[in-house]
Design a protein around this ligand. Structure first.
Ligand code: LLP
Length: 425
């Protein structure tokens, strides 16, 4: 069976003369020894060029969806490369501000923003607020009564009725959704009326139809609906949300950022959106997923004859819950022999106390895999660390950024003492 397809490695990954994985010039096995496993390794220049590609494709205003992967170093990187940052809770807001990103570069999301979240956003002057419900409009109205000096910039989030072909849990554009105002029912039009009568600056319209979308036709349909809603309005911005799909496994191929941008801009022009309206987006996954790899150590191998072989590692559903939640697929390979044929199929499992703790159901590995090997899953930069948990009181792994031969620890490994941090007695 075939070796790992090289396109699933980050941009600055290479294979040395001994067949070992290097990332940004550093030996992956050395990084495993230095920082321990499990370990998230991000190729920093790959992250940077993906962020720049987003700015090139959409221009100023394009925001990094911080839910996909957030720590201070990542927020700074996205900001330095010219992106705005989308936050959807007070927690994300706190981390991004702690990173030194100016409030004016932030976009506040959330289908249930609290009074405190809204008050803080108004107070610090976040760049844009994406309004999601009539209750939120009421809350903003009340807050503005006390602060008539403020004129927040808001976009209205609508559900365009577009069904993207992706997992049901990450599909958001359809009518039956907890997000936004429905276009078809007339709720969006009512919300626009309400916002126009308030002391806010309604700068645009927003939708997000889902995540991990490969077919750009869904975005074209989205743009057509949004354009229709705002055709009689004088808006500055039309935001299509995030959702660009990325390749996780062999034979997958996502559109590039440039293709995505060109497709939606063409769709906007075709739908009659004025040329001076800025078309923006909020990519998360496509910025961070392909730039990272997770390393684990194989601790146990069980051959169940006639059934399957289990390879158990030192992490699991606590550092990557995506396979359990969405049935997401990943590849497996051994960084000590990246280009080796992978003739053995194993089920890569974690160390958690349940059978569902599967990272890769049918992972392919070389026949000589052994206990003690470092094993890698590529394309783990999105929604892995950000959805990591302490299930079974497993400390969360560290995050290392590598660039031009240097490794920088940006998030340290949790310790078992960290696990006691919140206990008050
Ligand atoms: N904008 C909004 C309003 C969103 O809700 C999201 C993702 C994004 C942008 C970024 O979408 P992206 O470019 O990353 O697809 N945990 C799931 C994905 C959930 C996506 C939630 N919203 C997963 O691991 O597949």
């Amino acid at each position: 069976m075939t070796p790992l397809p090289r396109n699933l490695l980050s941009a600055n990954a290479s294979v040395d003369a001994d067949g070992r994985l290097r990332i940004a010039g550093l030996d992956a096995l050395d990084l495993a020894s230095e920082f321990g496993t499990p370990l998230f390794i991000y190729d920093e220049d790959d992250l940077r060029s993906r962020a720049r590609a987003a700015v090139d494709a959409f221009g100023d205003g394009v925001a990094f969806a911080s839910k996909s992967f957030l720590c201070k170093a990542m927020a700074r990187l996205a900001y330095d490369e010219g992106m705005c940052i989308d936050v959807s809770t007070a927690g994300e807001l706190h981390v991004v501000l702690a990173a030194g990103v100016p409030a004016a570069r932030l976009v506040l999301h959330g289908n249930n923003k609290s009074d405190d979240e809204l008050a803080r956003a108004l107070d610090i002057g976040v760049g844009r607020i994406i309004v999601d419900s009539f209750d939120e409009i009421d809350r903003i109205a009340t807050l503005l009564e006390a602060r008539p000096d403020l004129t927040p910039r808001v976009l209205i989030r609508v559900t365009p009725g577009v069904e993207a072909h992706t997992h049901e849990y990450v599909m958001t554009g359809q009518e039956d959704s907890k997000f936004g105002f429905s276009v078809a029912s007339g709720a969006a039009a009512k919300a626009i009326d309400r916002l126009q009568s308030l002391g806010v600056n309604l700068v645009g319209i927003h939708a997000h139809i889902g995540s991990q979308i490969f077919r750009t036709i869904a975005f074209e349909q989205e743009v057509a609906v949004l354009a229709e809603v705002v055709k009689d309005m004088d808006i500055e911005e039309l935001c299509i949300g995030g959702g660009l799909g990325v390749a996780y496994v062999e034979h997958e191929e996502g559109p590039t950022m440039a293709q995505w941008g060109a497709t939606v801009r063409a769709a906007a022009a075709k739908a009659g959106v004025a040329a001076d309206v800025r078309i923006t987006a909020e990519p998360g996954r496509s910025i961070v997923a392909p730039a990272a790899v997770t390393l684990y150590t194989v601790g146990t191998i069980k051959h169940l004859h006639g059934i399957r072989t289990y390879a158990a590692v030192d992490g699991g559903m606590s550092d990557n819950p995506r396979p359990v939640l969405y049935g997401s697929g990943y590849e497996t390979f051994l960084p000590r022999c990246v280009d080796a044929d992978r003739d053995l199929t194993v089920t890569l499992v974690g160390k958690h106390c349940e059978s569902g703790d599967v990272i890769v159901r049918d992972g392919r590995v070389p026949l000589d895999i052994a206990v003690g090997d470092i094993i890698a899953t590529p394309v783990t930069g999105a929604y892995g660390y950000s959805m990591a948990s302490n299930y079974n009181k497993v400390p969360r792994p560290p995050v290392v950024f590598v660039k031009e031969g240097d490794a920088r620890l940006v998030v340290r490994r949790e310790t078992v003492d960290d696990l006691l941090r919140l206990d008050v007695e």
